[in-house]
Design a protein around this ligand. Structure first.
Ligand code: HEC
Length: 279
């Protein structure tokens, strides 16, 4: 077998031939190119995966915007499985990205970290714990206290003609003044922002200042509250992580309740009374 073949098939062979490993131990050990992570490496890779990959590939690696990344082939999703792709190929994909929409990570992770990730995704995905209310409270940050919210717009701009643009891969949003055609702020919101919602009038529930507060939900479950009346450096008023894998956020017509929805924890629904002020 050539070196190339050894690299390509070594890991897959290892997976299907575990039972034979004892008998052909030495020969197989030479071919082995995928070294399972030790406990500390696994924890490090798990955290990198949750922060940077889970948003597109799913917490359980079943695929979402990105492909299924389970070790074994998945016919329905038309994937070969990460074991078959092997460490070298996986490192290359993670380093350089692909034309099909996978971004490059060589500017975010070191070579060693990319190697850890490439080996990590060949191992069975760990099932993440439910996110407890205690952990959500721990990850709740208030940058401007509700009592300090301005009582009128502070910047003299026509905030009702502001645009908000998602800067997904940078992990931020941009606030654009539509009258003056100026970008007035880039606000960090967490990685892979998915949707933006605001408080708006419904038939029965009337909001005080519709369009003023915006809720941004990232695929990583990070939710950010923005106040368009504030000066750009004070627009981000609060942030909380409510899930590991989220897709949507909804706000009640009176602005009193915010609800997030997503994949993990499964079908989570979190309601905040008084819009993130009391969580
Ligand atoms: C912004 C979304 C996005 C993020 C974030 C992302 N990926 Fe991807 N990934 C994709 C898409 C889309 C594809 C399919 C690309 C194609 O078909 O060319 C893909 C493909 C892949 C593949 C190839 C799978 C196959 O079967 O061919 C691997 C491996 C992979 N991603 C690993 C990762 C890892 C590891 C991370 C985190 C460091 C990551 N991705 C983060 C979108 C993403």
């Amino acid at each position: 077998m050539s070196v190339k073949h050894t690299i390509k098939y070594g890991a897959a062979l290892l997976a299907v031939c575990v039972g034979m490993a004892a008998s052909s131990g030495v020969a197989l050990a030479k071919k082995k190119e995928f070294k399972p992570l030790n406990e500390a490496e696994f924890e490090q890779a798990k955290s990198m995966y949750f922060q940077r990959c889970a948003g597109c590939h799913g917490v359980l690696r079943k695929g979402a915007t990105g492909k299924n990344l389970e070790p074994k082939p998945n016919k329905a999703k038309k994937t070969k499985g990460t074991l078959k792709l092997g460490t070298k190929r996986l490192e290359k994909i993670i380093t350089l990205g692909t034309e099909g929409g996978m971004n490059n990570f060589d500017d975010i992770f070191s070579k060693e970290e990319i190697n850890l990730l490439a080996r990590y995704i060949q191992m069975e995905p760990p099932v993440p714990p439910e996110m407890s209310l205690a952990l959500m409270k721990e990850r709740h940050k208030v940058f401007v206290q509700p009592k300090d919210y301005p009582s009128k717009p502070m910047h003299g701009r026509n905030w009702q003609n502001f645009f908000i643009a998602i800067e997904r891969d940078k992990g931020s949003i941009a606030i654009i003044d539509g009258d003056k055609k100026e970008v007035i702020a880039h606000i960090p919101t967490g990685y892979a922002v998915h949707v933006l919602k605001t408080v708006e009038h419904h038939n029965t529930l009337k909001a005080k200042d519709p369009g003023r507060f915006w809720y941004i939900m990232g695929r990583d479950g990070m939710m950010t509250k923005i106040d368009l009346w504030a000066n750009p450096d004070k627009m981000k008023v609060a942030q909380v992580q409510v899930a590991y894998d989220a897709r949507d956020v909804a706000v009640s017509g009176d602005g009193k309740y915010v609800i997030g929805g997503g994949y993990w924890p499964p079908h989570f629904v979190i309601a905040y009374s008084k819009t993130m002020e009391t969580l």
